[in-house]
Design a protein around this ligand. Structure first.
Ligand code: FRU
Length: 523
């Protein structure tokens, strides 16, 4: 855990007993029906990524689609811009591009803080919380009991549930909570639940130390342990967190495989927090895989605790991550709020020779806010340089295709602050250098390394490079999400130049270079 027991206890004291009462009826967050209350000129405020209007946010929670609405719940501390006693904040969207902030959904109570978890539509009303005509939304979350943690016992994290009969606006906690007691494991949390049609029951995956555990239930209230995964697999440099499990067809119409997502902190390839995944099979009881080593969903430092939506039609898998890293999440130089979510991304399984990778790429709906300029083609001579000046680089997108394998792109401002992206086709490495990107010294790890991503399966032919910058973040998608990096940046001024350097001894052809301004989603 990031907070020591004593620090948590101090938070607890400061908040006082009121925070531990269910105060959802007493102090609702100021209702915001028009998100344009977010000040446009506020330093570093993303304009097309989700942020809370104010205060601290971490993991996405309870991602579920119901009646035309994408719900985004999230770890939220409404009283400060650092982590504190956790609530579930709430936002809704029809398209995952424009969001509307809603009142806090779940408040801490005497059983604990509300840590991460998931939400399902209980269509058959198996829980009995609703009716067949009005099936409930059920949230499954971790209770983190701070007094329990302080007492030195290990059993302070348990699993609880709550339900809503009005599509997520108001929530009642189940009076039989917790639904899963702690078996004596210190880190025992982050339940992801989904309906498993083949066995006609609910399946839960949660994390227990550096393992995943699987449970089943007929009614979401009574749970049976089934199996464990992970001892011999993947990265173990830290605690496993925020698991997810879902099927996808390889290349869209091939064999069905199951993907197990596991966040880990610390232990990510570029330091601190990161998200690994395993591709294998799930028979309703056990997850198996021949994959030994971790694969990473995103090689940048700032995509953590990401999970996918339940109930999206057509087996579409939509993912959102928290765009930060526990190494420095509390220190980033924003004032009114802290942290954003990644762009929503569609997940697919794609094969590259014998290798299968989980690709992630921005949802198509994002195109609605991209004001595309006319595409142009460029030829850069061997070892040559070209550059374009553009005012909206901080709030927009650059994309092009190229066969070139040795080049770098540098986004910079008049203060010569820059982010440098380099493809080294000889070493088959892509790097992201934010060491001179502006404010970096707020925490020692933030600007200390050049982030590296091995790209050994990048096809020889022409590939798309797509880069989205939104004031304090950069997201890079290579070959439609085969390789991805996400990182926060804090330049002191707008980036207004993109320099492209051909570091090879042949001409570099850049096709369909499009520079787009992204419209603000905060109308
Ligand atoms: C991941 C995490 C979860 C936990 C939550 C607490 O970032 O540590 O494991 O439920 O944050 O806010």
């Amino acid at each position: 855990m990031r907070l020591s027991g004593s620090a948590l206890f101090i938070c607890f004291l400061i908040l006082g007993i009121t925070a531990c009462k269910d105060k959802s009826r007493e102090i609702p967050l100021k209702e915001i029906d028009n998100v344009n209350e977010i000040p446009l000129m506020e330093d570093y405020r993303p304009q097309f990524h989700f942020t809370p209007k104010e205060k601290w946010m971490n993991d996405p929670n309870g991602l579920v689609y119901n009646k035309g609405i994408y719900h985004l719940f999230y770890q939220y501390y409404p009283e400060d811009i650092v982590w504190g006693p956790m609530h579930w904040g709430h936002a809704i969207s029809k398209d995952m591009v424009f969001w509307e902030h809603r009142p806090i959904a779940l408040y801490p109570d005497e059983k604990g803080l509300i840590f991460s978890g998931s939400a399902v539509v209980d269509k058959e009303n198996t829980s009995g919380f609703g009716t067949p005509e009005n099936p409930p939304l059920v949230a499954i979350f971790t209770y983190h009991n701070m007094e329990g943690e302080k007492s030195g016992e290990l059993d302070f994290q348990t699993q609880g549930i709550a339900y809503s009969l009005d599509n997520g606006e108001n929530w009642e906690k189940y009076n039989g909570n917790p639904v899963i007691d702690n078996p004596g494991i210190k880190d025992f949390r982050d339940p992801k639940v989904f309906w498993h049609q083949a066995s006609e029951r609910w399946i839960m995956v949660l994390v227990a130390g550096d393992r995943a555990q699987f449970y089943n239930s007929k009614d979401l209230k009574s749970w049976e342990f089934m199996s464990e995964f992970g001892k011999e697999h993947g990265a173990h440099g830290g605690v496993w967190e925020c698991p997810d499990l879902f099927p996808l067809k390889v290349d869209g119409d091939g064999a069905e495989k199951w993907v197990l997502i596991i966040s880990i902190n610390p232990g990510a390839p570029n330091g601190g927090s990161g998200t690994q995944y395993f591709i294998g099979d799930f028979d309703g009881t056990t997850f198996t895989t021949s994959q030994q080593d971790a694969k990473w969903i995103d090689w940048g430092t700032d995509n953590y605790a990401g999970v996918t939506y339940n109930e999206v039609p057509d087996d579409t898998r939509l993912f959102i991550g928290w765009m930060s890293n526990w190494s420095y999440a509390r220190d980033t130089p924003t004032k009114q709020w802290r942290s954003a979510m990644t762009l929503p991304r569609t997940l697919t399984l794609r094969s590259f020779g014998d290798e299968i990778l989980l690709a992630n790429y921005p949802i198509d709906g994002l195109d609605a806010i991209l004001r595309k300029e006319e595409a142009r083609n460029l030829s850069i001579p061997a070892m040559g340089t070209d550059s374009i000046q553009y005012n909206h680089l901080n709030q927009g997108e650059v994309r092009f295709t190229t066969e070139a394998k040795n080049f770098n792109l540098s986004f910079s401002n008049d203060k010569n602050e820059k982010v440098i992206l380099t493809l080294d086709g000889t070493e088959k490495i892509f790097t992201l250098d934010r060491t001179k990107s502006g404010k970096t010294d707020f925490q020692a790890d933030f600007g200390s390394i050049v982030q590296k991503m091995p790209v050994q399966d990048l096809p020889e032919q022409e590939n798309e490079f797509r880069i989205l910058i939104d004031w304090s973040s950069i997201e890079i998608f290579i070959n439609k999400g085969q390789y991805v990096m996400t990182a926060q940046i804090f330049p002191n001024e707008n980036f207004n130049e993109l320099k492209m350097v051909n570091s090879s001894d042949s001409v570099m052809t850049i096709n369909n270079l499009e520079v787009s301004k992204a419209e603000s989603v905060w109308r």
